[in-house]
Design a protein around this ligand. Structure first.
Ligand code: AR6
Length: 172
């Protein structure tokens, strides 16, 4: 099996894959950024399912259907708000990636796309967040029997180039 980490520059809501990850907040009731885009594209049924879930603590993840999205499923995870780095932000961000990947594996999803969690409204410096994202994903995919591709869906060129550089380094 050929396993890979890849970068897609664009809107995560357009990806027709098993599952996309949402950078949500702990209410799971929608917001701005990628969260807003996912709720907008999925339609109101997504919010209804999220209301039933009743929230999600930072670092954890929850699965819903994708409704009107091309992706069949959505994993909602809540990234840490950046507060300077001494408030457990790195370990909470690692938890977001690991817990999302565990759900994907449990459900036998072969392909998963992540946005750059916490690096928008939540203010996590993207260079630091990307190192965590790529390292956790690389470690996970190398030992997974299920996951074949992890896509980093980056909304802008700068973010995409940071992920591309890190992936190039570890794939060498
Ligand atoms: N596809 C891919 N990436 C996107 C998209 C998209 N459609 N839209 C934005 N991004 P953010 P956070 C990028 O703020 O920092 C929400 O209000 C964006 O450019 O969406 O985890 C939630 O409800 C950035 O690189 O998420 C929470 O309250 C990355 O996604 C809070 O924001 C993450 O930015 C979560 O903040």
């Amino acid at each position: 099996m050929r396993k890979r980490l890849t970068v897609y520059e664009g809107d995560i809501t357009e990806l027709p894959i098993d599952v996309i990850v949402n950078a949500a907040n702990s209410t799971l009731l929608g917001g701005a950024g990628v969260d807003g885009a996912i709720h907008e594209a999925a339609g109101p049924k997504l919010r209804e399912e999220c209301e039933q879930i009743g929230g999600c603590p930072t670092g954890e993840a929850r699965l819903t259907k994708g409704y009107a999205l091309p992706a069949r499923w959505v994993i909602h995870t809540v990234g840490p708000i950046w507060q300077g780095g001494s408030f457990n932000e790195a370990s909470l961000l690692e938890d977001c990636y690991r817990n999302s990947l565990n759900i994907a594996e449990e459900h036998h999803f072969n392909k998963i796309a992540f946005p750059s969690i916490s690096t928008g409204s939540y203010g996590y410096p993207v260079e630091m967040a990307a190192v965590i994202a790529v390292n956790v994903c690389k470690f996970f995919i190398d030992s997974s029997e299920i996951i074949e591709e992890i896509i980093f869906a980056c909304f802008d060129r700068l973010t995409a180039s940071i992920y591309e550089e890190l992936i190039d380094k570890i794939e060498k």
